[in-house]
Design a protein around this ligand. Structure first.
Ligand code: CP
Ligand code: NVA
Length: 311
């Protein structure tokens, strides 16, 4: 067992070489048939999956991914662990480390991911916190690379809640990979000062750029990729105020008509059809949302191989 396991707590944990290797491995995984993909690389390895929030994609893709790699995943829902009766995160991490080879967790506070990582002797993977969703961002950039063949001269335009986990992770990973990003969001729901400072600092060394605007119509004009996410993320309470503030930021046919004809449309899903995105947009020719969802499986298998294989 390594003394310091490689974690994926957020988008700054993996070095660029590792990220590129994950993209390559994901591509190789994807080319294989199911039977070919079912390797034994993680034979006898177990992944504990702690879920404090619901999930379709993350839960199923990690569980199936572990099975395809010859290992095993345990779903641990909100009431399954003694965490629900007050056992600490630290003790949970120490105990799980005696049984499993990796811990994937979906939590509310990012502090819980940090506490798991501080106390676990095995790799900890963030499967979404209120602040970050690194597995999603890696998949998103991989999907763009797959569709465009390159990340050069790429502008991603994020429309809607600029202050959520998906936007934050996409912003930081884009900054690291030299990608230009425009966030179009209402002033009160735009990128936080901390994330903005972090991204701008990284961008200085990579040639990336980041612009905040409140005007979605102007923002999409320069987009190669238009990205949106729900207006009310899991755990947010002020749903009515949010829906009101975000209504001019709906991704619909009218907004897409202002974008370049080659621009692709992405959404991490689940979508709230009729709110942040219309049926016309998500089911239209620009949409790559289901390829994006599929790629969670391939990219996360590559992440698991990277973190658990060598561990
Ligand atoms: N995109 C994503 O993480 O989906 P789930 O909430 O279904 O896992
Ligand atoms: N921002 C969304 C992403 C869901 C995958 C949420 O946190 O609910």
């Amino acid at each position: 067992m390594k003394k310091h396991p490689q974690h994926l707590r957020h988008d700054l944990d993996l070095d660029i070489g590792t990220i590129r290797r994950i993209f390559r491995t994901a591509g190789e995984m994807k080319k294989k048939t199911y039977r070919e993909a079912a390797t034994k690389a993680l034979r006898n390895k177990s992944l504990a999956m702690i879920f404090a929030k619901p999930s379709t994609r993350t839960r199923v893709s990690f569980e199936v991914g572990m099975t395809q790699l010859g290992g095993h995943a345990l779903y641990l829902g909100p009431t399954d662990l003694q965490l629900s009766r007050g056992e600490t995160i630290a003790d949970t991490a120490r105990v799980l480390s005696r049984y499993v080879d990796g811990i994937m967790a979906r939590v509310f506070s990012q502090d819980d991911i940090e506490a798991l990582a501080q106390n676990a002797a095995v790799p900890v993977i963030n499967g979404l916190s209120d602040t970050y969703h690194p597995c999603q961002a890696l998949t998103d950039i991989y999907t763009i690379l797959e569709k465009r063949g390159t990340l050069k001269n790429l502008t991603i335009c994020f429309i809607g809640d600029g202050d959520n986990n998906v936007a934050n992770s996409l912003l930081l990973l884009s900054a690291r990979l030299g990608i230009r990003m425009i966030v179009a969001a209402p002033k009160e729901y735009t990128t936080s000062k901390q994330i903005l400072a972090l991204a701008r600092n990284i961008a200085r060394g990579t040639g990336a750029s980041l612009r905040l605007t409140t005007d979605p119509n102007e923002a999409v004009k320069q987009a190669d990729v238009i990205y949106t996410d729900v207006w009310v993320s899991m755990g947010k309470s002020n749903a009515e105020a949010r829906k009101k503030a975000f209504s001019p930021y709906q991704v619909n046919g009218k907004l897409l008509a202002r974008a370049p004809s080659h621009a692709l449309l992405m959404h991490c899903l689940p979508a709230h059809r009729g709110e942040e995105i219309t049926d016309e947009a998500i089911d239209g020719p620009r949409s790559i949302v289901f390829d994006q969802a599929e790629n969670r499986l391939h990219v996360q298998k590559a992440i698991l191989l990277e973190l658990l294989h060598t561990h």
